[in-house]
Structure formats: C-alpha cells, structure tokens
Design a protein around this ligand. Structure first.
Ligand SMILES: [Zn+2]
Length: 229
C-alpha cells in the first residue's frame, strides 16, 4: 500500500471541496486550520479511512501535521461554515513551477532554511531557522499569515512562501539582541561563508588546514543579516 503523505502545507492545485482545478490567476481562498478541525476530518475522510486501515493492518503510519493548509474556490469558500481558521487569505492562483531544481545550486538563505526545516532535528536549529525566516520575510519571499501560541507556550509564526504557496511553521526562539550576532555567524557558516569551526580560545590551537590562504585579500562580505534589528 502506498504510504500516506500528510504533507498538507503546499498550495493545492484544485479546490479541496469541489475538486475543480484552479485556473491561472483565479482567486483562491486559503487558510490554515488545526488538524483536529472537523472540516479536515470531512475533507480527508477517505485518506483517514485508508490510514486507519493501514494502522489496523500493523503498518507504520506517519504522524499528522499540527496544521493543515486548505484551498478553495470562491463559491465553495462562501458555502463553508467557519472551521476554526487560524488564518485566512486570498490571492491569485500561481501554478507550481515545473523546472527541476538544480542539485548543484549554491546554498542560499532560502535553500538553507528548507534543508534545516526538513532535516532530522529542526528544533536544534531553531535560532538560525527563525532568523533565516525573518530575513526572507524582509526580502518579501515569505509573508507572515498568522502568529500562534502552541500549547507548550512556544510562539509559532505561520509563513507562506509567496511564489510556491508553501506553509512554513517557524517557532520563535525569542532571541535576545545579544544572541543575534552569534546566530548570524552560524548562518554564515552553514552557508559556507565562514570556516567550519573557530580555533581554540586558549591559544593552544592546533596548526592545521584551517582557513585557506586568502587570495584576494578581503573575505566576501556576509549576506544581509545586518538589516536585522
Ligand atoms: Zn470549489
């Protein structure tokens, strides 16, 4: 049996109620609801039943996402009772890009953010993830759709990627001003703009193939986190 994919954070290609594919530039009404919303149970009844059958058969079942992105055509949205929206918005439908991603493409703040979020332990990278999201919001690549308090008290920013429509949930690590420069350095290291490790602080540094000799003099300037508060 095919594995059931609960990645429900991307923009749908068709209305989730009437299943009609969206036309380019058609107004799409979108929103984010908790997975527990009765509307989610209704819209994904078939998928949930499949999953229940798989679980009953002893197959591993993927964890549900905490939030679900829903997309509807205007008519369906009008007829919909309020499912407990966390955030709603509307915008013209943009078909997904068809060009394959270049695997050799250089790391950018955007690709780095994605790889940290999709990595094994996003919680361990909460600070760079948050700061990268703030950078991308300032560049208008991400737009904040909602701010949410998780049950454990964590503040969660719900961002939408303007072009792809993907929803990103970013925990706010509540960085102090004093912590930001260190996080910026970590981001520069992860982007390959800095050597991987700092030398030992006590002067007993082991001579080794640390930083390569500087051919041109000055190192390249860091990316734009200087625009941060
Ligand atoms: Zn519809």
């Amino acid at each position: 049996m095919a594995r059931i994919d609960w990645n429900l954070r991307s923009r749908a290609r068709a209305c989730m109620k009437c299943a009609r594919p969206f036309a380019e530039k058609e107004t799409v009404r979108s929103g984010v609801v908790p997975f527990e919303s009765p509307l989610v149970a209704e819209l994904f009844a078939e998928k949930l039943a499949e999953e229940a059958a798989a679980a009953a058969a002893g197959q591993p079942v993927k964890a549900h996402p905490e939030y679900v992105r829903l997309d509807f055509c205007e008519d369906c949205r009008k007829a919909l009772p309020d499912p407990g929206w966390i955030s709603v918005w509307k915008g013209p439908y943009v078909p997904p890009e068809t060009a394959p991603e270049d695997p050799l493409r250089k790391a950018t703040p955007e690709t780095l953010l994605r790889s940290l979020l999709e990595g094994d332990d996003p919680a361990a990278h909460a600070a760079p993830i948050y700061l990268l999201a703030v950078m991308l919001e300032r560049k208008r690549i991400l737009v904040e759709r909602a701010l949410r308090n998780a049950p454990d008290g964590t503040l969660v920013h719900i961002y939408e990627h303007r072009r792809s429509g993907d929803i990103l949930l970013i925990a706010d690590p509540r960085l102090s001003d004093a912590e930001i420069p260190g996080v910026q350095e970590e981001i520069e290291r992860l982007l390959g703009l800095r050597p991987a490790a700092a030398p030992a602080a006590d002067g007993a540094a082991i001579p080794g193939p640390a930083a390569p000799p500087d051919a041109d003099g000055a190192p390249p300037p860091p990316p734009s986190p200087s625009a941060l508060p």
